[in-house]
Ligand binder design. Structure first.
Ligand code: GLN
Ligand code: ZN
Length: 776
């Protein structure tokens, strides 16, 4: 901070810069470790609070030092911001026996994680991100009362540090649209009908924030980017008109993110009187600038322009952002444009400073949350006529080095991927003929049994991999240890009498990282964690260049495993769409191009496995559905290239090679036609928590000619299913599906389970299949 000479009352003018939200975990996942230690009873609530306070202080200070004008508060959370809102509203489901008063850690973490006697609330994906929020459970009798003063205390906490912040609340309409009917409440109940019941609590919060001195409040209303019904759009008008008198004297920002706001919605919300500013995602919302140009922007209101990407790790192209900002400034006026991030920075990694293993060239292309804060401010300063020339020219140099780097471009790969567009890539023979050809070779019983891939990942296994990576044990020792593990897993499956075996994936830390590490064009971070839910984080690989496969990745292990048994051994690969969706993806070419490149690399692996004598190859597409765009109008295009990418991987195999795929979610009814279009020979799919939903598609007459294995038991729970209940489940499936296409398998991989659970569960699963075979 610059010292101002006394007597010269002039304050340094803060440029119009804003951050939507910030990661809470800390640069080295400090919050994760503090939470887990508290949950384990190894540290006290005070210890946890101390870590949290320090993290918040560091974040606010960092933004203040960078010169950010609109600094968010209440974007910290001990678990989840939607759950924080549930606590604020006192909307605790009955089963937690909450009796009123300020909600403390006990009730809060019981809702998040369950406790000895009550299970947790449901968790689901936050829009199209990999972040999961806790779904509010509401009913006509839910009582609302102001029960968590977190927003106000965080505002005061920052103020006490001398930092003025804009408190962030999840907007009332988004909160209700993300809620579901509580247990025992009619499924048709609409939580939106509770709008008038929750607004009084919002009013109390607003009044307290005003009283504490807040001048801006940010309401996050990301549902505004979805395809809304007119009554839902009207709810926004109703809510913000109802809040108008409470909000008077305050500036209000409505923040949207993750896509464009549809034109009709845009018109409605920009007409809201009680609102002073609107935030838009100009990265994913590619049509927003045009919308603002053609529809216009209300006079006298602020436009928060999200030009710095909160969902990725790339350094901003500052020159290009400045052009966009200048065009917007011409529309909204000089003092009404605020430079912002596209969404909360919680969806990107925290701080590049801690990346010790990335080389300087790649590092120069990147910006994590801490660096994005600086970019936002640099852009705001430049707009105000104080361009930091050195910063901008370093950025321009990095941008051009990225464009011209031979590490990014591989002409051969570019050409091969370009040649794929417009073509179809299908196996020559139809699926039923293929299944016949495969059956002649594989000779499987009806209701064949299999598993999804991984077997329990023991401490020993993790240690072996770690020591090998750290070069503490030799390659020879490593191969020996993994070979022993595979042999153990193969023998076990033979004992259980499973028909199609797996090698157990003991050599893999993670189903994407394992492949990324062996493909060209990928980089890995040491601390590039992103919160997935609660204390859990993921560390997505960075795809920075054209993807190719220098050498075979899985053939050695699959061949070895096959040599241990006379039964078919499944080759096990992660599919291109899943690799793409679970990585930070390059932003200098469309996603589908990157996906096609990965598909070509996987295709080579598939063909090498086939040549090595592997007759069944599973290509997991666990994350295919996750990539589905938020707007209906964009779904078809995504599904088309995603499914095409999958087919590219295996269109070249012989009829007798059986291609499996696996998907990790149950709610696939809406994309069933795309799943059929993948044209796999067999699909295994997570199902056991929603049997009826899955089967109803087939009951309604959808024809599925390929093999299908809806999971017969839930691997997320330690519970061991009995033979009878599995048989019962299979019988239900047989009522809907043809006997000759049904497979019997668990829901997903077994890596998180213990052998003590896996052994009896798989024994019972095979027993159930055998029992039914005798009855058919
Ligand atoms: N083959 C992987 C495994 O079994 C699939 C995991 C997944 O679907 N998420 O672990
Ligand atoms: Zn799965």
């Amino acid at each position: 901070m610059q010292r101002v000479r006394p007597g010269l009352k002039k304050k340094t003018r803060k440029m119009a810069s804003h951050i939507v939200g910030y990661p809470r975990m800390g640069p080295k996942r400090e919050l994760k470790f503090a939470l887990e230690s508290f949950w384990d009873g190894k540290s006290s609530a005070d210890d946890l609070q101390k870590v949290a306070t320090d993290l918040r202080r560091a974040i606010w200070k960092q933004m203040a030092d960078a010169g950010i004008k609109y600094i968010p508060s209440n974007t910290f959370s001990y678990y989840d911001q939607v759950l924080d809102t549930t606590a604020m509203l006192g909307a605790v489901p009955e089963r937690y026996n909450y009796t009123g008063g300020e909600i403390g850690f006990d009730t809060y973490f019981s809702m998040a994680r369950g406790n000895a006697s009550v299970p947790a609330m449901e968790m689901t994906k936050w829009f199209d991100t990999n972040y999961h929020f806790i779904v509010p459970e509401l009913g006509p009798h839910t009582k609302f009362s102001y029960s968590s003063h977190k927003a106000v205390s965080e505002y005061k906490e920052a103020k006490a540090l001398g930092i003025e912040t804009a408190p962030v609340l999840i907007g009332p309409v988004t909160y209700l649209l993300l809620s579901k009917p509580a247990r025992g409440v009619e499924k048709s109940f609409s939580p939106l009908s509770l709008l008038n019941s929750i607004l009084p609590v919002y009013k109390e919060v607003i009044a307290e924030l005003k009283e504490a001195g807040a001048s801006w409040i940010q309401f996050d209303e990301p549902t505004l980017v979805k395809d809304l019904e007119s009554y839902q759009i009207e709810a926004f008008t109703k809510a913000y008109s109802e809040l108008e008198s409470s909000l008077s004297g305050l500036d209000v920002l409505i923040e949207t993110y993750f896509a464009d706001v549809p034109a009709e919605t845009y018109k409605t919300i920009t007409a809201l009187k009680s609102v002073s500013g609107f935030g838009f995602d100009l990265i994913r919302g590619t049509k927003t600038v045009d919308l603002i140009k053609t529809v216009g922007f209300p006079a006298g209101k602020y436009l928060f322009a999200g030009v710095v990407d909160g969902r990725n790790i790339w350094a901003n192209d500052l020159a290009s952002s400045l052009t966009t900002l200048a065009a917007l400034e011409a529309i909204v006026g000089k003092d009404k444009l605020v430079v912002s991030t596209s969404c909360s920075l919680m969806h990107t990694a925290v701080d590049l400073v801690n990346e010790t293993k990335l080389d300087n060239e790649i590092k120069s292309w990147l910006a994590f949350a801490a660096q994005k804060v600086v970019e936002v401010n640099a852009l705001a300063k430049a707009l105000a006529g104080h361009k930091d020339e050195a910063f901008f020219s370093a950025n321009a140099a990095a941008q051009s080095s990225r464009k011209s780097s031979p590490r990014v471009t591989n002409q051969e790969v570019q050409k091969a991927a370009a040649a794929l567009k417009g073509s179809d890539h299908r196996r020559a023979t139809n699926v039923s003929a293929r299944l016949d050809a495969q059956q002649k070779k594989l000779n499987l019983p009806i209701l064949p049994t299999t598993t999804i891939g991984s077997f329990p990942q023991t401490m020993d296994l993790r240690r072996v991999r770690r020591e090998y990576k750290a070069k503490k044990i030799s390659e020879e020792e490593y191969v020996k240890a993994i070979t022993e593990e595979i042999s153990k897993v193969v023998k076990l499956q033979e004992e259980f009498d499973i028909d199609v075996l797996v090698h157990g994936e003991p050599e893999r830390n993670d189903m994407v990282e394992y492949f990324g590490e062996q493909l060209s064009g990928f980089a890995f971070t040491v601390n590039g964690w992103v919160q997935s839910y609660g204390s859990r984080c993921v560390k997505p690989p960075i795809i920075y260049g054209d993807v190719s496969r220098p050498t075979a990745m899985t053939v050695f292990w699959s061949k070895l495993a096959q040599s241990m048994t006379a039964r078919p051994m499944k080759g096990m690969l992660t599919g291109p769409v899943t690799i793409l969706n679970w990585s930070f993806v390059r932003n200098d070419q469309p996603r589908f191009e990157t996906c096609y490149q990965i598909a070509l690399a996987i295709k080579k692996e598939v063909e090498d496995l086939e040549a090595a004598g592997i007759q069944v190859i599973q290509i997991d597409e666990a994350a295919l559905r996750e990539g589905l765009p938020l707007r209906k109008s964009e779904e078809a295009f995504y599904l088309d290239w995603a499914v095409h990418s999958f087919r590219i991987t295996n269109c070249g195999v012989q009829d007798t090679t059986q291609i499996h795929t696996h998907m990790c979610y149950s709610n696939f009814n809406d994309i069933i036609h795309s799943i059929i279009d993948m044209d796999a020979d067999v699909i295994t799919i997570e199902n056991s928590r929603s049997d009826e939903k899955l089967l109803s598609v087939f009951r309604e007459g959808v024809k599925y000619g390929a093999g299908i294995g809806p999971g017969v038991y839930d691997i997320h729970s330690p519970r061991i299913p009995t033979t009878e209940e599995i048989a019962d489940r299979i019988n239900k499936m047989l009522a809907v599906l043809e006997t000759n296409i049904l497979w019997v398998n668990p829901d997903c991989g077994l890596k998180t389970r213990k052998y003590a659970e896996v052994k009896p569960a798989l024994t019972n699963m095979v027993a159930a299949a055998k029992l039914l075979r005798t009855q058919l």
